[in-house]
Design a protein around this ligand. Sequence first.
Ligand code: C5P
Length: 232
Amino acid sequence: MGKDVIIACDFDSAAKTFEFLDKFTGVKPFVKIGMELFYAEGPEIVREIKKRGHKIFLDLKLHDIPNTVKKAMAVLSRLDVDMTNLHASGTKRMMEAAIEGLTREDGTRPILIAVTQLTSTDQESMENDLLIKEPIDKVVMHYAKCASDSGLDGVVCSPLEAGKVHDTCGKSFVTVTPGVRFADGDVGDQKRVMTPAQAKEIGSDYIVVGRPITASPDPVAAYERCVKEFCD
Ligand code: C5P
């Protein structure tokens, strides 16, 4: 799997998304479409961005009974996304069903990664709300291992966890890491951040970068800076 910078297109309309993407005249960055944009515009937004030549990570975090996830994944596969995801807490059976649904007749399929524990979940809420009493780091690594055992390609994780995920699940198990900020940039609401260069150093395979690029006065330059720091 190649190293790449994925831009989080966290916009609420197709118009704003295209206004942003129109700035990229040369390169066609890998983009992440999340729930907000997908629910606002539907599958057509995926087709249109794909038609423009971008790779797409469709971040919908599926979690349902295995049969429903399998069928939903088959639809996403036909949409020709390049990467998509689900919640590892849906169990191995759900993850295996997802792979089945995602796999096309010719044997190809989008990259499938798992969310372990959301970064908004802390030890306290995990213990009190989910009744999981183990240390959160152990839970995250266990979920990553379950995803790997189920045939998934990787996990979404903090750049700080990427090294340990590779130690647990192997070097080729993909780590996709948000929470990236430039050394001289705004941290915003992200708590534990890393620069693109640090994410590279620690072994992230893909970084997901939103506001440092989308809110920049020069998004193309900000994207190029990310690529230079992370990929070169
Ligand atoms: O703007 P920013 O760079 O913070 O955007 C990061 C993107 O990654 C957002 O789309 C956010 O929802 C997503 N994300 C995250 N932290 C996670 C999982 C996903 O920031 N743990």
